[in-house]
Design a protein around this ligand. Structure first.
Ligand SMILES: [Zn+2]
Ligand SMILES: [Zn+2]
Length: 182
């Protein structure tokens, strides 16, 4: 008889969202869940705070986002778990089609179905809030100032509605070139 060593996923027994965020961090992606999910992972010692990541610069200075890392021994356990799975690229998302994936809207803080949401920069917004922004944006008599967004794209930020348009999209949207950067 063969003796199988069972390697447990580091998040065994935790929620799907916690496990997903752990895996996102493990592969250097931004976790999608909220503060509670990260807190739970931290409480179990599965993630730890890392140096904030600098994603860009704006007129107020560096744009930093919080960052996390996985302690080495946990990461090792996870890698071992992955290697024991039938398909190493499948890291537990196999039942994604059966359940609705929830994501917290950055604006209204409500959990919504991720597939209906829009991503801007690193944040997710629900359909309702996105439509609201759009309306607000369209109704605005924009007052543009040069701005660099958190992805490092040069564009224009409206002082009135806080809308952001990349320079390369400006002509498409407004049928005129972006205002000069000075
Ligand atoms: Zn919302
Ligand atoms: Zn505006």
């Amino acid at each position: 008889m063969e003796i199988a060593t069972v390697v447990k996923h580091p998040c065994a027994g935790m929620t799907k969202a916690q496990r997903r965020d752990f895996e996102m961090i493990a592969i250097n992606e931004r976790p999608r869940g909220g503060v509670q999910t990260l807190k739970a992972l931290k409480a179990r010692g599965l993630i730890e705070d890392a140096e904030p990541r600098i994603v860009g610069r704006d007129r107020f200075g560096d744009i930093k986002v919080p960052n996390w890392s996985i302690p080495l021994h946990v990461h090792r356990q996870w890698c071992e778990w992955c290697s024991k799975q039938p398909d190493p690229t499948d890291t537990g998302e196999r039942d994604v089609s059966e359940t609705i994936e929830l994501q917290t809207c950055e604006h209204c803080q409500k959990d919504k179905d991720l597939s209906t949401m829009t991503r801007m920069d690193d944040c997710w917004f629900c359909a309702g809030c996105t439509a609201g922004f759009q309306k607000h944006f369209e109704a605005c008599d924009h007052k543009w100032s040069p701005h660099i967004d958190s992805m490092g794209d040069e564009g224009q930020c409206c002082d009135r509605c806080t809308g952001f348009v990349r320079d390369e999209d400006f002509r498409l949207l407004f049928n005129k070139p972006a205002p000069d950067r000075s």
